[in-house]
Design a protein around this ligand. Structure first.
Ligand code: KPL
Length: 306
């Protein structure tokens, strides 16, 4: 990688928990980073990172979304899935023709649409299993240590290693793995989130509680079985039985409030249409009903969560 590219800042679009987690890690590694925010009242922002026995603060330059005029050649998008396309479109004119764009949205659907609007740029998509949340703006708690699995959406070289452009990102201490099949990885994450997120929103519970109560555990298992059947039809392999994967994530992030429950508590829209909705849509195309997924989505909608 040329020195000049190395010195270019990573722009982070989306100052939620994931955006702050990445900004703090990049800043700590002394990699240039800028956080794009809706309204910047100061040129830099202190981000406070907290994990069980580690906490630190760092100052990260912030740029007002409306005042942004620099060329961007390294972009990480950490917005909600439903915000990602308009957010990227609003700065697309600033992206250099060979920019590297990392999309870290939950669910599936938004990544493919964005990739279609950026045919020249190098797009990597990632699946994140770190549990994190904000206690206040820019105060991030890293509650569950997970991993980030990332790969290029249309790799030109079917290389098991990241192309040099993405290597800087892959070196962050966030358990980052490179894959040549990121869509399979994203599907696995959707399958996992599809069994956790909606239920935690419905029962307003931490992830771990889904496995502690037998009634909830049974609902988790029923959702897993439905999703697994669809994945089989689509010939999308999972790295293990879905119930085993879901149980592992629930236990690893037991103390975490799922992103969906955080959205519901904050009165925000959820990403369930990119998770359970995406699974239901795929099943629908194949003429298959998914009663547990459909019931969950319907019940959440009736409660005003969508
Ligand atoms: O991805 C998550 C989410 O909340 O969206 C998990 C892994 C379930 C952590 O909470």
């Amino acid at each position: 990688m040329t020195q000049s590219l190395n010195n270019q800042p990573w722009y982070i679009l989306g100052a939620g928990a994931m955006g702050c987690l990445l900004a703090s890690q990049l800043a700590r590694q002394q990699q240039p980073v800028k956080l794009i925010v809706k309204r910047a009242s100061t040129p830099s922002q202190a981000i406070h990172y907290q994990q069980t026995d580690l906490h630190f603060s760092c100052k990260v330059p912030v740029v007002d979304h409306c005042a942004l005029h620099h060329h961007i050649n390294k972009l990480i998008v950490t917005t909600k899935a439903y915000d990602a396309l308009p957010a990227v479109q609003s700065i697309a004119h600033l992206l250099t023709a060979d920019a590297q764009v990392i999309l870290l949205q939950n669910g599936l659907g938004s990544q493919q649409v964005i990739a279609n609007t950026l045919p020249n740029q190098q797009i990597a998509v990632g699946s994140v299993t770190h549990g994190c949340f904000l206690t206040k703006p820019f105060q991030v708690v890293h509650a569950g240590l997970g991993q980030i699995t990332i790969g290029e959406l249309s790799p030109q070289l079917n290389n098991a290693k990241p192309r040099c452009q993405f290597q800087q990102f892959a070196q962050l201490p966030l358990n980052i793995h490179w894959t040549t099949t990121p869509l399979t990885t994203l599907w696995e994450k959707v399958a996992i989130n599809g069994a956790i997120n909606g239920l935690t929103a419905l029962y307003q519970c931490k992830n771990g509680e889904l496995w502690q109560h037998q009634g909830l555990r049974q609902q988790v298992i029923a959702l897993c079985l439905e999703t697994e059947a669809i994945l089989k039809q689509l010939q999308i392999p999972l790295s293990d039985q879905l119930v085993t994967l879901v149980k592992r994530v629930i236990l690893q992030t037991a103390d975490n409030y799922s992103s969906t429950l955080q959205d519901v508590k904050a009165g925000k829209a959820t990403e369930l249409s990119y998770i359970n909705g995406y699974i239901i849509d795929k099943a629908h195309i194949m003429g298959i009903d998914l009663p547990h997924h459909q019931w969950l989505v319907r019940t959440l909608k009736e409660k005003g969560y969508s």
